[in-house]
Design a protein around this ligand. Structure first.
Ligand SMILES: Nc1ncnc2c1ncn2[C@@H]1O[C@H](COP(=O)(O)OP(=O)(O)OP(=O)(O)O)[C@@H](O)[C@H]1O
Ligand SMILES: [Mg+2]
Length: 355
C-alpha cells in the first residue's frame, strides 16, 4: 500500500529558472497517475523530485503520508523506468535484472526466484542469457520494466518509457504496462507528452503547462470538459476546433460577423469550440435551435480508413470535421458544419472555461 502526495511543490534550478511553480497532486493507492504536457513544462523535473534525484525547492513530497523531502532515493523504495532504458550493455538480461537486488544484499536464492518469476511474467525467460544489444527495442523496454518490478517497490515512476519504440510496439507495450500495473497494484506516476498514451493509461490525468497544473481528473472528464483552451487543444487528436469571437452589440459573434446563439453565462466568451467528431456536415439549411451553423469551404479531405477528416475554412478560421467512413464531400465543396448547442465549449479572454 502506498500513496503519493505532492503539496505545493516548486523547483527553482540553480540558474534561477523556476521549472515547477507550485504543484499539488494526490495519487491514491494502486492508481496510475499520468503527467502530460508539452516539452519543457516540468514533467521530468517533478518526477525526479518524487524519485529523490532532484532537490525540492519548496513544498512537500509524501509517500504513504510520510514526508520524504530529505530522504535519499534508495530509501524511498521507488523504482524508475527511463526513456533510454539505462540498461548495462555488458551485462546479460539476468544480471541487469538482478543488479539492484544484489546491491541490496538480497540472498542469492531469492534473487534467482524473483528474476525468473518476473521474466516469466514479461515473457523474457528465453532471453535471460542475452545482452541488451541482442534484443529488440520492445524486449529492452521489458527488461527495463523487469528490473523495476523485481525490486518489488512501493511506487513505480516512468519517464516516457515508450518514446523510443515504433507506433505499433508502443501500442502493444501501452496495453502491457496498464495490465502489469493493474495486476501488481503498484501506485505509479507516468510521464508522457503523448496525449493518446495519457488518455488510455491514466486513472488520474494531470495536464501540465509551464510548471503548473492546468487540469486534473479522470481522462474522459478532462476530454469532455476541458478547463481551458490549452487543455482543449492538447487533449484529443485532431484537437478541438477553436473559433475566435468578437463582441457584437448584443453579445459575441464569430470573427467573420456570423451571428451565434449563446446562453447568458457565455456572453463574455472570447472563444467557442467543438470537437471534430461533434459536428455534422450538411448541404441543406436546417439546423436545431441554438446550434452553431458555419458555412464552410472544404480545403482538404484526409481519408484514414474508418473515418475521414475534412479540413475546412469556416468562421474566419480553419477547422477539422470528422466523418465516418468515406467522405462524400470533396475539395472545393461549399457546405454547412453544424455543431449542436450542447456540444459547444465556451472560453473567456484568459482561455478559461465559462460554459
Ligand atoms: N538542470 C537544469 N537547470 C536549469 N534548467 C533546467 C534544468 N533541467 C531542466 N531545466 C529546465 O526546466 C524546464 C522543465 O524541464 P523538464 O525536463 O522537467 O521538462 P519536461 O516537461 O520533462 O520536457 P520534455 O517533454 O521535453 O522531456 C525546461 O525549461 C528545462 O530547460
Ligand atoms: Mg522530460
Amino acid at each position: 500500500m502506498a500513496t503519493v502526495d505532492l503539496k505545493d511543490v516548486k523547483k527553482v534550478y540553480p540558474s534561477g529558472f523556476e521549472a515547477v511553480k507550485g504543484v499539488s497532486i494526490a495519487v491514491p493507492d494502486k492508481q496510475l497517475c499520468v503527467l502530460v504536457g508539452p516539452s519543457g513544462c516540468g514533467k521530468s523535473t517533478l518526477l525526479r523530485m518524487i524519485a529523490g534525484l532532484e532537490t525540492i525547492s519548496s513544498g512537500t513530497v509524501a509517500i504513504d503520508g510520510k514526508i520524504v523531502n530529505s530522504i535519499g532515493p534508495t530509501e524511498r523504495d521507488i523504482a524508475m523506468v527511463f526513456q533510454n532504458y539505462a540498461l548495462y550493455p555488458h551485462m546479460k538480461v539476468y544480471d541487469n535484472m538482478a543488479y539492484g537486488l544484489r546491491n541490496r544484499g538480497t540472498p542469492k536464492d531469492e534473487i534467482d526466484s524473483r528474476v525468473r518469476s518476473t521474466a516469466k511474467v514479461l515473457e523474457l525467460s528465453t532471453l535471460l542469457d542475452r545482452r541488451p544489444r541482442e534484443l529488440s527495442g520492445g524486449q529492452r523496454q521489458r527488461v527495463a520494466m523487469g528490473r523495476a518490478i523485481v525490486r518489488n517497490p512501493r511506487v513505480f515512476l516512468f519517464d516516457e518509457p515508450l518514446s523510443n519504440l515504433d507506433a505499433k510496439l508502443r501500442g502493444q507495450m501501452r496495453v502491457e504496462i496498464k495490465n502489469l500495473q493493474r495486476s501488481l497494484g503498484v501506485t505509479s506516476v507516468y510521464v508522457t507528452h503523448d496525449q493518446l498514451e495519457a488518455m488510455t493509461l491514466a486513472d488520474i490525468l494531470v495536464v501540465m503547462n509551464a510548471g503548473l497544473v492546468e487540469q486534473m481528473g479522470a481522462p474522459l472528464d478532462v476530454y469532455e470538459k476541458p478547463a481551458s483552451t490549452f487543455v482543449a487543444s492538447f487533449i484529443g487528436a485532431p484537437p478541438m476546433n477553436l473559433l475566435a469571437l468578437t463582441a457584437g452589440s448584443s453579445g459575441p459573434m464569430l470573427a467573420d460577423g456570423t451571428a451565434i446563439a449563446f446562453a447568458p453565462e457565455q456572453a463574455r466568451a472570447a472563444t467557442v469550440g467543438f470537437r471534430p467528431e461533434d459536428a455534422d456536415v450538411t448541404f441543406n439549411a436546417e439546423a436545431p435551435s441554438g446550434a452553431l451553423v458555419l458555412p464552410a469551404l472544404v480545403a482538404a479531405v484526409e481519408p484514414v480508413g474508418a473515418e475521414s477528416f475534412l479540413h475546412c475554412a469556416a468562421g474566419g478560421s480553419s477547422i477539422i470535421v470528422r466523418v465516418a467512413g468515406r467522405a462524400t464531400a470533396t475539395v472545393g465543396n461549399q457546405l454547412r458544419v453544424v455543431a449542436k448547442a450542447e456540444k459547444l465549449h465556451w472560453f473567456d479572454h484568459a482561455g478559461k472555461r465559462v460554459g
